[in-house]
Each structure stands twice: as structure tokens, then as C-alpha cells.
Design a protein around this ligand. Structure first.
Ligand code: PBG
Length: 333
């Protein structure tokens, strides 16, 4: 008798014979609701400003941000992650603009909320680097190092002003120890028990953040290696994960996505909360740049990166292509 467990009886290619067959047996599918759009809004500009290292992405005006939110919602995107870019003159050592109720991020949260209400999950970056003149994610001690516990006090205040502005989810991204617990307490203290926390749990010190620094006009000199994780490590992420869950994270994130799919898979296997992955600025830039040179098929490459991230276990993907990809899925492309 032919052995069907091995060749020539077994022929895996049978399930790849045509598009309909391949579609039927696909193990992973992207859905618009898997996607979250990160968006930048800059204070004091009349027209959107293109970000040169991220072709197709802009620093929005308040007005174009509202339009982008509507467009995302219409495409079926799940949420929008907002980043504020204050006027240069408003940056200072403490990142005061980040806790000003009328600071650009808070204003943008209110704008987007007024526009889309609860039809799109509104998220905000909870970090100081967009607001500090030195560009670090926290406040500095006298010796120039980032002061963990002093930074936590700033994060608590940021969480409260963002919640007051109406955000649904805050995303603490500064990698300070204890940040999730402090943010949870700060929210609960002002009666914002319903505001969720998406913890940047495994956030690596990555070269792929480069274009983002332009996007938020960051003046960082040096690096973030005393707070962001070493790309060499994965066990360390499991420790960060345990702490974040213990401190009250509702959702956790791995970032960047593409170069850290092993971390993502491991985190996704071991938790019972939603797991997000952030396909960051440099991941975006690489694909766009290679496509511009005609070296890869842009749309296929984008789809493949996102499928890979989902296959590794992400329940949500932050990607600058969110709206475009969601529109494509709905159109059957
Ligand atoms: C910190 C923050 C960063 C990104 C998101 N939140 C920058 C950093 O940690 O250096 C990067 C996102 C991207 O590169 O697309 N506020």
C-alpha cells in the first residue's frame, strides 16, 4: 500500500494548487480591526509637514488629524495612537507641555474624541521624550542620568491629563520601572478606572526608531540604553511582562515588531491579555525605501510583514500603513 504519510503519497502542494484553495487553508488572516494607526500631530502648523524618512506619513495639523481619524474609522481600523509634537519653544527639562491640559496631545485627544467618539479606540503615547528639550523619556537627575522615580511622578500627571481629555487607552512607553502601577493608581485616584493601559512591556533600544525621532522633532543626543532593553535579551522581557501584569496592564506590547518576532511569540504564548506589536518607523522606512528603488514589491512586502507579525501571535498591530491596508482588505486586494 502507498504510504500516505510520506512522499509520493503525501503531497503538500495539493493544498496550494490555486488561489481559492490557498485562501481556504490560510492559517492567518489580516482584518482591519487588527490594526492601529499611530499618528503625529504638531502644534502651530497650518499645513501637514511630510516626514522625509517616512514617505507618506506626515505631522498632522489638528484639522488633518481629525480627517485621518475619520478615514481610519471608515476603513475599519481598530484604533489610533496619538503622539503630540509641541512647538520647540515649549520644550523644557521637565517636559511641561506633556502635562499641560492645553498641550498639543491633550488638545488632539479632545479633537479626535469629538470627531469619532467611541467608534475608534483613542490611544495616547504616555512618555516625555516629545516634550523634553534634552529628548529623554524622563526627567534628568543632577548627574545627567534619567531619574526613574522622579519621572514616575511626571507620568502620573500625564496619565491624568490624557484621561481628562477623554482618551480610552494610555500607552506608557518610557520603560521606567514601576510605570504601570503608578499610572494605574493615578487614573483610579481621579475616577478613571475605565481608562485602559497598553503597556510597552518589551521595548528594545532599537536603531529602527531613527525616523520617529524626526517625526517628533526629537533633539536626543546619546541613547536610551539605560532604560530600553538590550536587543540581545529575551528572558528579560518575560520579567518585564510579569511586572507589568502585576502592576495592572490591560494589554501588553512588544516593540519593534519585525526583528523581535521570537519575543512576540513567547509573550503571546504566556499571557491571557491582548498582545500588541508595534511595527515601528524604521520598519516602515525600510520597505518604502526598497520599494521606491524598485527592489521589492511594496504591497506584497507590506502584507507579508503584517502577516508575519500576526502569525507570531499579535492580537493588534500598530502600523503606519493601517488605513491603507484596511482599505485594501475591504476592497479584497
Ligand atoms: C517614545 C516612543 C518612541 C516610539 C514610540 N514611542 C521612540 C523611542 O522610544 O525612541 C517609536 C515609534 C516608531 O519608531 O515608530 N515616546
Amino acid at each position: 500500500m502507498t504510504a500516505y504519510g510520506s512522499f509520493p503519497g503525501a503531497r503538500p502542494r495539493r493544498l496550494r494548487t490555486n488561489p481559492a484553495m490557498r485562501r481556504m487553508v490560510a492559517e492567518t488572516r489580516l482584518h482591519p480591526a487588527d490594526l492601529i494607526l499611530p499618528a503625529f500631530v504638531r502644534e502651530g502648523i497650518a499645513e501637514p509637514v511630510p516626514i522625509s524618512a517616512m514617505p507618506g506619513v506626515v505631522q498632522h495639523t489638528r484639522d488633518t488629524l481629525r480627517k485621518a481619524a475619520v478615514e481610519a474609522r471608515e476603513a475599519g481600523v481598530a484604533g489610533i495612537m496619538l503622539f503630540g509634537v509641541p512647538e520647540d519653544a515649549k520644550k523644557d527639562a521637565l517636559g511641561t507641555a506633556g502635562t499641560d491640559p492645553d498641550g498639543i496631545l491633550q488638545v488632539a485627544i479632545r479633537d479626535v474624541k469629538a470627531e469619532v467618539g467611541d467608534e475608534l479606540v483613542i490611544m495616547s503615547d504616555l512618555c516625555l521624550d516629545e516634550y523634553t528639550d534634552h529628548g529623554h523619556c524622563g526627567v534628568l537627575a543632577a548627574d545627567g542620568r534619567v531619574d526613574n522615580d522622579a519621572t514616575l511622578e511626571r507620568y502620573a500627571e500625564m496619565a491624568q491629563v490624557q484621561a481628562d481629555a477623554g482618551v480610552h487607552v494610555v500607552g506608557p512607553s518610557g520603560m521606567m520601572d514601576g510605570q504601570i502601577g503608578v499610572v494605574r493608581d493615578a487614573l483610579d485616584t481621579i475616577g478613571k478606572e475605565d481608562v485602559s493601559i497598553l503597556a510597552y512591556t518589551a521595548k528594545y533600544s532599537s536603531a529602527f526608531y531613527g525616523p520617529f525621532r524626526e517625526a517628533v522633532g526629537s533633539s536626543l543626543k546619546g541613547d536610551r540604553k539605560t532604560y530600553q532593553q538590550d536587543p540581545a535579551n529575551v528572558r528579560e522581557s518575560m520579567r518585564e511582562l510579569a511586572l507589568d501584569l502585576e502592576e495592572g496592564a490591560d494589554m501588553v506590547m512588544v516593540k519593534p515588531a519585525g526583528p523581535y518576532l521570537d519575543v512576540l511569540a513567547k509573550v503571546a504564548e504566556s499571557v491571557d491579555v491582548p498582545v500588541a506589536a508595534y511595527q515601528i518607523s524604521g520598519e516602515y522606512a525600510m520597505v518604502e525605501a526598497a520599494a521606491e528603488k524598485g527592489w521589492i514589491d511594496r504591497d506584497k512586502a507590506i502584507a507579508e510583514t503584517l502577516l508575519g507579525i500576526k502569525r507570531a501571535g499579535a492580537s493588534m498591530i500598530l502600523t503606519y500603513w493601517a488605513t491603507e491596508v484596511a482599505q485594501g482588505i475591504s476592497a479584497g486586494r
